[in-house]
Ligand binder design. Sequence first.
Ligand code: CU
Length: 696
Amino acid sequence: MNPRISRRSLIKVGMAGGAALFLPWKPGAMPARASGHVPLLEPDDIPKYATPLLIPPAMPRAGKITVRGGRNIDYYELAVRQFQQQILPAGLPKTTVWGYGPRVAQNGPAIFNAPSLTIEAKHRTPVRVKWVNELRVDPSDPGSDFLPHLLPVDPTLHWANPPGGVSGRDTRPTFNGMPGPYTGPVPIVTHVHGAAGVGDESDGYAEAWYLPRAGNIPGAYATEGTWYDFFAGKAASKGYLAPGAAAWDEGSAVFQYPNSQRASTIWYHDHVLGMTRLNVYAGPAGFYIVRGGPGDTATDTRTGRRAVLPGPAPALGDRPRTVYREIPIAIQDRTFRTDGSLFYPDTRAFFDEITGPYIGDETEPTDISPIWNPEFFGNTMMVNGATWPFLTVEQRRYRVRFLNGCDSRFLILDFNDIPGVEVWAIGNEGGFLPMPVNLTEDHGNRLLIGLAERADLIVDFGGVPVGNHVLRNVGPDEPFGGGEPDGDFDTADPDSTGQVMQFRVVPAKGADRSTPPRFLGLPAIEPLGPGTPRPLALIEEMSTHFDDAPAAAMLGTVSGDPVLGAAWTPLMWSDPVSENPSVGDTEVWEFYNATADAHPMHIHETFFQVVNRQPIVIDEENGTVRLEPGSSPRPPEPWEAGWKDTVTSLPGEVTRVKLKFENAGQYVWHCHIVSHEDNEMMRPYRIGPVQPGQPE
Ligand SMILES: [Cu+2]
């Protein structure tokens, strides 16, 4: 869905037809009229580096559950609510957002924020969360009215579809006449991204959503997704319940995470079918950090003793004004209106000027959804919930855990405007790398982070002059197709989305006792054994009514000999499960990317090891892919070593990852460009046999 390609063809068509040329489309150059109501806030009108970076505190728990003969469980009750937040600098209006927060806090204040506070988990200490949908006028009153979505919901996708009732939920509805955006109660279901070994009842399956309790839910509406009841029963049989409860309460779900995985930087966010892009953009997301265990032991190679990493990170019970040197940083692009409200496109025309007819048109229905956009790029960088913040740092080392939480934007973090800095990658989604990677010396002081990927970095400001320095982004302001900045694509606008945040470097107040990254000995990664190849396809579904117009993004299977040419079969969310490994199987999933763009591929339930990438030849006419003759695989990037849950699949390549399946159940794999995920670029998969009583 690369606008560069579409634009070229459209210009050709436009000239032949004498129509106006398609205007180059850039964030910041977005037509204000597309917002419909209040004009868009230009990035130039947002003062930069006026707000200190929020370092999210640890999420307060509701309590601990003592299990006889078992391990104690950290218990949380987290609600999603609507509130106002000063995302733009003080003096500009506040923004209405959604976010998670503790309903009742015993160990600290109840704070709702977007992104939300960090769940601090200990290796092998399970976390149980009652996730409550409180998107209603008065969160404390289940009799109050529901709140509609903050953003335009396209009801023509295959989506949760509460108004379809029990028989029509989780479908792509049909319409007689163009529907407007859905304005009913909002379904949610939370997924902890990177939680490995969870039961499927706790994974936040896209069809296991639930509406809030509210006084005015129309009687015909489905209040829960297709899989909710099945998982509620399964959770009850495992005892995954709130203390004293016999079942999940209406408007909530109780999930349990074993945290038996390596110490890792994971995160939680909404995952509702066909609405994830909107629910996450509205705010609900936060970090979840697993600490401890054998995977968390770094040694100092000079002494063989335990290494010291920069810290501390926020923890429960911290005193006010505690200085943190381990900091999670979520980067998300957003566009605002002048009244401070979040902007998200309310028409397909925003993307490529297709003004209809759309799906649902009474006389001339097509295959283009009226509101959904194939991708969305905000014109403003929001970092930990504030636009272009600053962080004061001493001339010493910090540990920073970055997350790309954007909709469609690949980031290339660029540290080159921070003179004297030295940046090392020490971990990714699944914890420590097998060895530290010097990004400054060996990789141009830059790092590509795909959507939903995490980068655990040591940033050494020890040699940086006192003063203010900007962390830049040199990824593109459009879909990423691989390659290098400024040669292969235009980098992000250097005055807006090309800037992420500012570091204000001050002299160190004491000695830095952290281990220099070059002397960090990180725990070894055990390789997986041999795996069975499973070829899969990433496919762009083009409109049959409009030229060069993507109608959806899809996944599929590939069959045949990849040397001679293997045919892909596009599959929809509604098609039966086609990936069905058995418990104990090890497989190599091969993502044949037959599209023009990179896609960040995420597999739930288990971490994987990136094996390699190899060029392919794509035959769009015949729907086949084959390995490029004479080509050989290239190894993963050094920062992709170890265990990952999301991998960038570049166009024109097959990307291979190896994974082992340990827990039976129903999960998903999908592209983490959330606009793609919401329109068919997600598939269910099942480990083990069909479960008795599971939905059809
Ligand atoms: Cu995608």
